[in-house]
Ligand binder design. Structure first.
Ligand code: SAM
Length: 295
């Protein structure tokens, strides 16, 4: 097996293939030999699991996943990396590299094709420019994924695992809470990558289990409310929602009253339970208005 954290090996490989890093594609490859085994171990890469990797790069994490998991499917967007991956993963018979953009895949269908009958985990060192779209794409896919263990920018990791109802939380935090629980596993310094990015990173694990599905009357309305409400987080919740959603101020104030919340409260002050309850009340108001209009 090629040692893909050895600088001489990496430089020889990249030179031979005439490869230059693309900043646009978020290419920062791991060169610290302790990190990939740790991600694979924390990320459920065991003989029971099929593992989806997003952005294998030159295959550093892929090798560690393939040593432990039943099967690994790795989706890489950069076509210049495909011949490199054929070389570095040559010895692994349980790896399938697919050339493509993960955001364009029907993830549920892909996982069914690749891992039929297996438990499924996702492990990746994500391209940072599309961290949120990738996480939402995976979670919204309704695919049968047990856990998502990924490297993200440290600040993003802190936001994702911040308790809802605290300053650091945002719409994405509430979305993560809807779909599961997030743990920050460990921090990775910028020197662990080639080229070294301007920020530190952290590995998080999302244990996927829809925790608020039953009590959320209309998930589409809930997601719209948190997206629009948090986009104007400096405003009071009443002003933020009345200017972005088709919601009368009086209705929002009435809903806050029913929830025993003060009129000047902001989105960031609400717990997950309160956000869900608010979306249920406002959604009912909208439904009532629509049925009155029809009559
Ligand atoms: N896994 C490797 C490692 O840890 O060394 C590389 C990680 S690098 C941060 C991100 C990888 O994602 C790059 O190989 C990049 O080409 C790939 N990538 C970027 N956008 C992608 C997309 N939309 N779909 C799939 N792969 C993508």
């Amino acid at each position: 097996m090629m040692n893909l954290t050895d600088m001489k090996t990496i430089k020889g490989l990249l030179l031979r293939h005439g490869f230059h890093f693309s900043k646009r594609l978020g290419q920062n490859f791991l060169i610290d030999d302790s990190i990939c085994p740790r991600i694979a171990e924390e990320g459920n890469a065991t003989k029971e699991y099929g593992v989806l990797e997003i952005g294998p790069g030159i295959g550093t994490l892929t090798q560690q996943l393939a040593l432990r998991a039943k099967r690994v499917t790795a989706v890489e967007l950069d076509d210049r990396l495909i011949p490199i991956l054929s070389e570095t993963l040559h010895d692994f018979k349980n790896v399938h590299v697919i050339h493509g953009d993960i955001l364009q895949f029907d993830v549920a269908k892909l996982l069914e094709q690749e891992f039929s009958g297996m438990k499924v985990a996702v492990c990746a060192n994500l391209p940072y420019y599309i961290t949120t779209p990738i996480l939402m794409h995976l979670l919204e896919s309704e695919a049968n994924i047990d856990s998502i263990t990924v490297m993200v920018q440290k600040e993003v990791a802190e936001k994702l695992q911040a308790p809802v109802g605290t300053r650091n939380a945002g719409a994405i935090t509430a979305a993560m809470n809807y779909y599961g629980t997030v743990e920050l596993l460990f921090v990775v310094p910028r020197e662990s990558f080639l080229p070294s990015p301007n920020v530190d990173s952290a590995v998080i694990r999302i244990s996927v289990k829809k925790r608020y599905e039953k009590e959320t009357r209309d998930p589409f309305y809930f997601f719209q409310m948190i997206k629009l409400g948090f986009s104007q987080r400096r405003k009071t919740l009443v002003n933020a929602l009345s200017s972005t959603m088709q919601c009368e101020k009086a209705c929002i104030l009435e809903a806050l009253k029913q929830l025993d919340l003060p009129p000047a409260v902001r989105m960031e002050n609400l717990s997950m339970e309160q956000l869900v309850a608010l979306s249920n009340l406002l959604c009912d108001v909208e439904d009532n208005e629509n049925s009155t209009k029809k009559e």
